[in-house]
Design a protein around this ligand. Sequence first.
Ligand SMILES: Nc1ncnc2c1ncn2[C@@H]1O[C@H](COP(=O)(O)OP(=O)(O)OP(=O)(O)O)[C@@H](O)[C@H]1O
Length: 625
Amino acid sequence: MTKEKPKYGFMSNTLFAVSTLWHCDRSILFYIFGNVPVILLLPLCSVYLPKVIVSAIEDSKAPMYMVTGVLFITLSMLILSVLQQFIAARMELHHQKVMSYMKATVSKKAMNVSYEVIDRPSTQVMFKKVFEMIQNGEEEGLQAMPILFATLLGNILGFTVYTGILSTLNPLITVLIIASTFITFFVNKAINKWVFKNRDNWLKLDVKLAYLTYKSGSFDCAKDIRLYHMKQWFGDVFKKFMAKRIKWTVTMQGLYYLGNGVEALFVLLRDGFAYGYLIYLIWKNTISVADFVLYFGIISGFSSWCMEIIKSFSKANKINFNLCDIRSYLELQEDTTSTYENKIRTSTLDETAASCVASNPMPCQIELENVSYCYEGEDTPTLKNINLLIKPGEKIAVVGANGAGKTTFVKLVCGLYTPTTGTVKVNDCNSTAYDKQTYYNLFAPVFQDVRLLPMSIVKNITLCDQDQVDEARLLECLSLSGMDEVVAKLPDGLDTLLVRDINEKAIQLSGGEQQKLMLARALYKNAPIMILDEPTAALDPIAENAMYLKYNELTAHTTSIFISHRLASTRFCDRIILIENGEIVEIGSHEELLALGQKYAKMFEIQAQYYKEQEEEDEHEESIC
Ligand SMILES: Nc1ncnc2c1ncn2[C@@H]1O[C@H](COP(=O)(O)OP(=O)(O)OP(=O)(O)O)[C@@H](O)[C@H]1O
């Protein structure tokens, strides 16, 4: 993601940072720039204070003169310090505010981004990187840019004032300080460049390490870790990645040490020469002791102004890259309208799509024309040239070996993936012409991987507030899904909380119970297309059989796509499609495919054989009893 050349210019990123901060918390900008006088005046006061004292003693001035001067400067310093503390405290609060705002923005983005994009490992790395920048906003994120400007302004003003004072001494000293500072800057710049070029390497490792840390303590892996002795694996992999991570850290630290060493060396040479020159001047009586004290302070202050200015430029580069990353993340393709070429085209198509749904809301027709899909980074497409017309209300079963492409097929139909080539049409309208939310509303899927939310059972099913729940529909869905029996056993019934990681009082549903809950959620959604991806995989035979018997009722008024490895379950579907290596190789009703005597028939024969053997075994056991 981060290339040698930033995606956006410095000015463009500065405008972005300022306008975003202005939008989320404009007062932070006033505090940031309110710090400029403090940056300039506080060091100036501390340089002038000893000069005033020494000068008063040297010139035998009246005590009042010295007291007034000292009082004025110390009072100014006190006011500036109080102001500095106040600004720092206020900034702390406002950084929190900006961080919360940005975290909410980034999380919202993650939820809006198209499924295809969030599915990519590169997006996960990007998300982590951006989240870290936001967490440390004053150093790396949005606030860093105006802070840099304010600091730079303060430093340039300080540099100008000190240059003016130093020019009365010897311009060579000024040139020497600037030159040595430049050398250290370029060394540090080269180091930072290396860091930016390589940081994706350790960020990828950080993602892996975070995954391992999370999974080793998470409930969903707890069983496997214990029963399959995964502790060893976790430990080994953690060690392996940690060793690589440490290697990067050591290399980086080594480079930073080198930079610091070069800097220290040049500071020594520069200050040694400058102070030596001052001692020479005082020895020659060319300057007074008071001036010596002043120049002494000015020289060390001047080099730090130079260094800060130069560091600001180097830091600006880093912040510029960071802002590029944040902007690139915020510009990731969203689900809503970003897939379309322009707004006008989108709105026209949206109207067409809306009319398609409105004219024929339930059930829907689905048509796939020459659809192929290739995952990012893969050479060959997972689905190839799929042509299929699913009539309104038709019940389709999708079968095939593991990895054949069944889930990819339903994800394409659902609009989670966009075909690499070809089109998916619902009610004669291209899926990309719909507003994404309208399109998602057409589907009620039950996927293989169950994800419950830390809320009550009723909310997990209806996904709405209590007062908006359609009680009659809820009861019907509970009964159809078999969830009513589960709920009846729970003391808190539908109000029972789920997900133990978050809710202490939550219960743990079994795999089959979770699957029933997911089915109830899909039914409650009442969408025109039902997608059931292995919905009975975790159900007991009675529950599975009950679901098959109710299948027509479950999918009444809907077009349905049912994925299953149990071919007995496909008999009540109107048509079966058999996918092999991403292609539809057979299509027809159960009887038609059996009559065809090809792959489906063979697969069915193998499964039927198993069931027959099972039945014979059961009969044998019964006769013995
Ligand atoms: N996000 C992904 N990125 C890259 N490849 C993927 C991704 N998801 C799935 N695949 C690959 O696509 C192929 C088809 O996967 P898919 O999940 O569609 O198969 P399936 O028929 O549903 O399998 P199963 O019966 O095991 O559920 C597999 O080879 C899988 O490795």
